[in-house]
Design a protein around this ligand. Sequence first.
Ligand code: OSB
Ligand code: MG
Length: 362
Amino acid sequence: MELICHKVALPLIVPFSTSFGTQTERDAMIFELKKDGITAYSEAVTDYGPHYSYEDNDTAFHIIRKYLVAAIFNVPKPEEFLKSVKHVKGHNMAKAAMEMLLWDFWAKDAGQPLHKYLGPSKGKAEVGISIGIDDTDVMKERAQEAVNRGFKRVKVKIKKGMEESIVNIVREGIGNKFPLSVDANTDYTLDDIEVLRSLDKYSLAYIEQPLDHDDIIDHAELARLIKTPICLDESIISEYRASKAIKMEACKYINIKPGRVSGLTESMKIAQLARENNIHTWVGGMLETGVGRAFNVALASSKFIDSPGDTSPNDRYFSRDIVKNPFKMMDGVIDANDGPGIGIQIDTQYLKKVEKERIKLL
Ligand code: OSB
Ligand code: MG
């Protein structure tokens, strides 16, 4: 048995800006597990800094090496793994990197594509796009291009002071009917109620994570004060937290990112819970390489996921991917990968080229 961590750096074609900062490169950690003739892969969704959540590549690597590697030594099923690391509080992205490695391994062991191994599958996912903050004319052009390319939903990042200028010009570009959402990445508080209410007139599909990354209570209050539905991202770190948000009516949508919630086991639980309670769900993204994207698309293909998410083909981020078969979109739809497990082939030559470090963990 062998476990390797490849630390890679992929330059972004254009910088990606959110309310919490600008990213010019994707610093990804790719994990490779070899056992009994099977090679499984996963990707940690952490990046250079602790800006989306408290985790970053160094904390994730530390937690994985010190506390999690021992728990995957005999390659347990994902659920058993999660039980055995329950004593490690938080660090969901670190846990997810190991948990998803096990999903890929066991799906391959069963000779099944991951999207089917996970549960009832649609075999495909409807796709939206997430557009970073930029010059507003540029954002408008990108939104128009996205509509022309067939994306099913456009999401634009916003930040305090730029929300109306962004939404106004993007609506001008794509019309008032096209499904449009905004993502604030926690930039507001309840004191900003007037500006948040001013977005009501743009008939947005939803506003994503307007308030604190830890909050549910204020989101529940905000939901009663504005017409735009609320979508939670950062705040939903577990099924438990999702159940509280639903109980408090803090959101109508949940953006599920496997990395944020410790992996696919918890993602599926959240998707099912949301479905039972008429809360919409979609699968988010963290600028993953083709490895992480493959897990997202498998999840987005689940019958429990009902809305277009952020699984856009990543050729808009990277001029070349570390996988040989990155996803292609047709008419706003991506077909789930039908190869065994996540169904990707690593481009080993390119991986070597972009690799900064290779660490043997087992
Ligand atoms: O909040 O959804 C987010 C990227 C990095 C960090 C947070 C977010 C995002 C995105 C990108 O919106 C979505 C994608 O991967 O295409
Ligand atoms: Mg978000």
